[in-house]
Design a protein around this ligand. Structure first.
Ligand SMILES: [Zn+2]
Length: 92
């Protein structure tokens, strides 16, 4: 058997997606809504709305309660992306 160096097999690599904020070229880790610099620039209220609705969604029972929480999460995520986008547009 060949000795292989300790590299992670490709399937364990966490896929990256682009940051949803227009003009941002950063990549976002799976499970994150946006890149770290945009995320940390958001007001605390928006960040906790996203985190809490996601947590509620994960804990919710399958079926209607899950859909309800998914909609809440989507609304919170949209608000966070809009706020970060608006923030970006204000920068000259
Ligand atoms: Zn970004």
């Amino acid at each position: 058997m060949l000795h292989s160096p300790s590299v992670h097999p490709p399937r364990e690599k966490r896929p990256l997606k682009p940051c949803p904020i227009p003009g941002c070229e950063a990549t976002v880790q799976r499970g994150r809504l946006m890149c770290l610099s945009h995320w940390t620039g958001l007001p605390h209220k928006l960040r906790s709305a996203v985190n809490e609705s996601w947590r509620d969604f994960r804990r919710a029972d399958v079926g209607e309660p899950r859909l309800f929480h998914l909609r809440r999460y989507n609304a919170a995520a949209d608000a966070a992306v809009s706020a970060a986008t608006a923030c970006e547009e204000r920068v000259p």
